[in-house]
Design a protein around this ligand. Structure first.
Ligand code: RB5
Length: 152
């Protein structure tokens, strides 16, 4: 599958590993950077990955030190449901119940082996629909609140 991926400077090393792993499995990774340890602002990376996810209707992976900042930023983009996952159970439920389209992980919080397992679980697990669709619809309706008809 096609997958958008990005990280800030805290996640460069683990991103390299994950990109390689996913490519070895036959996935096509759209790498939105960053690629060096030079400091960057995680909202800029979140914006790039979120744009790819929405444009191509694909899944995304985002990484910062904790996964917090980059997931908060991604969730500001219309249509994005980014789930910060520190364990495999959460990654599974983020797909089954929340139909998350982006998984966020923290490179300074979670070890590389667990990050791999979280990402594999996220990519392989299907949304269950049913009562969860109604709830996801309500989440997405919240995006429209506070906006005028002009979208302002
Ligand atoms: C960068 O130092 C750090 O703040 C960032 O990677 C992330 O943890 C923010 O939530």
């Amino acid at each position: 599958m096609q997958i958008a991926m990005g990280c800030d400077h805290a996640g460069v090393e683990i991103k390299k590993e994950i990109v390689q792993l996913l490519q070895n499995e036959g996935h096509v990774v759209i790498d939105c950077g960053t690629d060096t340890s030079e400091s960057v602002d995680y909202p800029d990376i979140a914006e790039k990955v979120a744009a790819q996810v929405m444009d191509k209707q694909i899944k995304g992976i985002i990484i910062c030190g904790t996964g917090i900042g980059i997931s908060i930023a991604a969730n500001k983009v219309s249509g994005i449901r980014a789930a910060l996952c520190n364990d495999v159970y959460t990654a599974s439920l983020a797909r089954q119940h929340n139909d998350a389209n982006i998984v966020a992980v923290g490179a300074r919080v979670t070890g590389p082996g667990l990050i791999q397992a979280i990402i594999q679980t996220f990519l392989e697990t299907k949304f269950e629909g049913g009562r969860h669709q109604r709830r996801v619809d309500k989440i997405m309706a919240l995006e429209k609140q506070g906006k005028t008809d002009d979208g302002i």
